[in-house]
Design a protein around this ligand. Structure first.
Ligand code: BDR
Ligand code: CA
Length: 324
């Protein structure tokens, strides 16, 4: 069977980095084909997120996946980044550098992988929806260009992590998030992994030790303590304890169906105009809006199984590193 092609649009970012390690493991095992990685501005600038993505892949032994920096700014809002959450350069206490070219035009990459992989392509977005909304906004493209579109974002009818009601990715570019759901439909739904579920995927120092052991001699294993130390400290400072929420990793597993989860069909919309409720996401479970469903909203996921799945992918990377 041909492995499903995957395009990741991300903003590494520490939990994005763990998502990349997971996808690197699946790519190495031949379970998926990671055909491209593009980045958005959010956790840090778009060029920095691209350098970080290429660096994480290289530290996992992968240098043949094209990485391209995406749009530098949200659609309308001025860019805000979050060094307090992910570190000055988006990778905790580590400052990645790479030789790999990350300046290829991202839209050219999207057009190319869509043309090559047609409707079997799985798009996973773990940063702001800026690139996806811009690409859809050009007119000729729809979410039907992909077999599936899965997004990490929103705190749906739930407390936010950026404002009382908004999650970070949707808050950074609320117009993009709104546009994506305006274009989604029952025929072209988007799977949304919201904060409600992803914040349950928690890594603590003991879990990190287990992960590092599973990665064996994979170079990224040596970097993880200083990357995660920053993220643990951030979560502790916000009252969440000395541990970290690994949103984007869980989102990739949901996208690829590698972890058991539940969804509900609903209509999702995002507030883009009000400053007070900017980026707030809503789901119309009772049909008040009388609008068609546009989303598979994730409501539950098997977190212990997700960790087991991640460790198996990490062990694949360890075996590959040992044989190099
Ligand atoms: C999301 O915001 C970012 O900081 C994380 O990488 C994740 O994608 C969680 O709100
Ligand atoms: Ca992210």
């Amino acid at each position: 069977m041909t492995p499903p092609p995957v395009l990741l649009d991300c903003d590494p970012g520490i939990d994005d980095a763990l998502a990349l390690i997971y996808l690197a493991g699946l790519h190495t095992r031949g379970d998926i084909r990671l055909v491209g990685v593009t980045t958005t501005a959010g956790n840090t600038t778009t060029r920095r997120t691209a350098v970080n993505a290429a660096w994480v892949l290289a530290r996992c032994g992968i240098t043949d996946v094209p990485v391209a920096a995406g749009r530098a700014e949200p659609l309308k809002a001025p860019l805000v980044t979050t060094p307090e959450t992910h570190g000055e350069h988006g990778m905790g206490y580590v400052t990645p550098t790479v030789d790999q070219d990350v300046d290829t035009h991202w839209e050219t990459l999207w057009d190319k992988v869509c043309a090559e992989h047609g409707e079997s392509l799985q798009l996973i977005v773990t940063g702001p929806c800026t690139n996806l909304a811009a690409w859809l906004g050009e007119g000729s493209q729809t979410t039907a260009a992909f077999d599936s579109v899965t997004i990490m974002g929103g705190a749906v009818l739930y407390q936010g992590n950026t404002t009382p009601t908004a999650e970070w990715n949707f808050w950074v570019d609320p117009d993009a998030a709104k546009d994506v759901f305006a274009q989604a439909s029952p025929e072209l739904p988007v799977t949304l992994a919201p904060l409600n579920v992803t914040e349950q995927m928690l890594l603590d120092p003991l879990g990190l030790e287990t992960l590092i052991a599973a990665l064996g001699g994979t170079p990224i294993a040596a970097d993880l303590p200083e990357i995660l130390r920053f993220y643990f400290e951030f979560h502790e400072a916000t009252g969440a304890g000395y541990q970290a929420q690994i949103h984007d990793l869980l989102t990739c597993m949901i996208a690829l169906g590698t972890v058991a989860h539940r969804t509900t069909e609903t209509t999702v919309d995002v507030e883009a105009d009000s400053e007070l409720t900017r980026g707030t996401s809503l789901a119309d479970h009772r049909g008040h809006w009388q609008r068609p469903a546009n989303a598979h909203l994730v409501t539950e996921a098997d977190i212990p199984a997700a960790w087991a799945e991640f460790h198996a992918a990490a062990r694949t990377l360890a075996q590959a590193a040992a044989s190099r």
